[in-house]
Ligand binder design. Structure first.
Ligand SMILES: [Zn+2]
Ligand SMILES: [Zn+2]
Length: 142
């Protein structure tokens, strides 16, 4: 076999190194399976579904973590509602002091970039409110 070629472990074809992704930690410096096989593998519906599920879980976990950080910052670690001292964590939410935050809560989820922006700006203009106080506030505004 020519030096610049190798056999794909998946399809068994002998292909030039250019058809394999580089992988530093392997003996040959290339992945065992060729690019075409990698692509076919990634496009399999079950693999796609698995990747999507993994990503969704990862995003959910990251979102929860960012949310927790913000709430910790807003309450100096006490994790309680600014208005009524409610400490039920699942009821606590990030509130925009000056406005009704509903426009940020489209589809029930604030995206990660938005949380990151809150952290970058030092959570200015935000407070921690429980669900009950949040509802009372939005009724007052309307
Ligand atoms: Zn292959
Ligand atoms: Zn409250």
């Amino acid at each position: 076999m020519a030096v610049d070629k190798k056999r794909c472990t998946r399809c068994g074809k002998i292909k030039p190194h250019a058809d394999f992704n580089k992988e530093a930690c392997t003996a040959t410096g290339f992945r065992a399976d060729c690019r075409a096989c990698r692509k076919a593998y990634r496009n399999r519906p079950d693999v796609k579904k698995q990747v999507a599920e993994y990503q969704a879980e990862y995003i959910q976990a990251l979102r929860n973590e960012l949310r927790c950080w913000i709430l910790v910052i807003l309450t100096n670690g006490r994790l309680e509602c600014t208005l009524c001292d409610n400490t039920n964590y699942t009821s606590l939410d990030i509130d925009h002091i000056a406005e009704d935050g509903n426009k940020y809560r489209k589809n029930g989820a604030i995206n990660i970039l938005y949380y990151q922006k809150m952290l970058e700006t030092g959570c200015v203009g935000l407070q921690c409110l429980c669900h009950g106080c949040n509802v009372r506030k939005s009724i007052q505004i309307k």
